[in-house]
Write a protein that binds this ligand. Structure first.
Ligand code: 13P
Length: 250
């Protein structure tokens, strides 16, 4: 199974900062078997794609609209992203759910649009602190995965990347323990096995939530953890480079 290290820059970096970070990432030697993805903000996607020409690093968007065009002020469609060379898109991030009211139903439509146009959906799921404390985490994630991915064919599912991001671990410095991550990743893979064990074993499941160079080796060593979706540590080339190196050793 390939490892994936994806950087979600969120609403950070202006043009000069984005260009400088991409230039630094371009200098990295990528280990065999590790796929690297960066997700800058919308205004810098085309710049990132151009700057990364000749590199194997892929550019992802942080969101998309489910419709292909029309009167949706402020929205960006999948065909638009495709037309500038964006290859992937994060959908269902907990910040989109919390601040923009995104639901799994809408996320499912976005995933459909991405697959239709040949982009890789990076589907985020994960429970809140309250849901974890009350023991509902498996139920919550099961429901998220079923609603957002339940209608996909096996062929479609084989083109999806999943990111398990416990909300309580995002930007808080609290990380799921290696055992908590493995347990949930195995659970998600179990949900996918309705499509057959072979396909389920091939869908990458990334961990996200305060993943840093000092805890990544342990997280990445888990059988069902196929890399990371990185927030804060992706904003620094040295830290992101170290995470890529650690993924190469997992
Ligand atoms: P942090 O790595 O900053 O906790 O963010 C994780 C995340 O939300 C990635 O999408």
């Amino acid at each position: 199974m390939r490892m994936i290290v994806a950087g979600n820059w969120k609403m950070n970096k202006d043009r000069d900062e984005a260009t400088a970070l991409i230039a630094a990432l371009k200098e990295l030697t990528l280990p065999q078997g590790v796929e690297v993805i960066v997700a800058p903000a919308f205004p810098f996607l085309a710049i990132a794609v151009d700057q990364l020409a000749g590199s194997s690093i892929l550019v992802a968007a942080q969101d998309c609209h489910e419709k292909s065009h029309g009167a949706y002020t402020g929205a960006v469609s999948v065909p638009m992203l495709r037309s500038i060379g964006v290859k992937a898109c994060i959908v269902g991030h907990s910040e989109r759910r919390q601040y923009f009211g995104e639901t799994d139903k809408v996320v499912g439509l976005k995933i459909g649009a991405l697959l239709e146009h040949g982009l890789i959906p990076i589907y985020c799921c994960g429970e809140s602190q309250e849901e974890r404390v009350s023991g509902k985490h498996f139920e919550v994630v099961t429901n998220q995965v079923k609603v957002a991915l339940g209608a996909l064919s096996s062929e479609q599912l084989s083109r999806v990347v999943i990111a398990y991001e416990p909300v309580w671990a995002i930007g808080t410095g609290l990380t799921a323990t290696s055992a908590q991550a493995q347990e949930m990743h195995a659970h998600i893979r179990g949900l996918l096995s309705a499509h057959g064990a072979d396909l389920a074993s091939r869908v990458p499941i990334l961990y996200g939530g305060s993943c840093k160079p000092d805890n990544a080796a342990e997280l990445f060593a888990n059988r069902d953890v196929n890399g990371g979706l990185i927030g804060g540590a992706s904003l620094d080339a040295a830290q992101f480079g170290e995470l890529i190196r650690l993924a190469g050793r997992a």
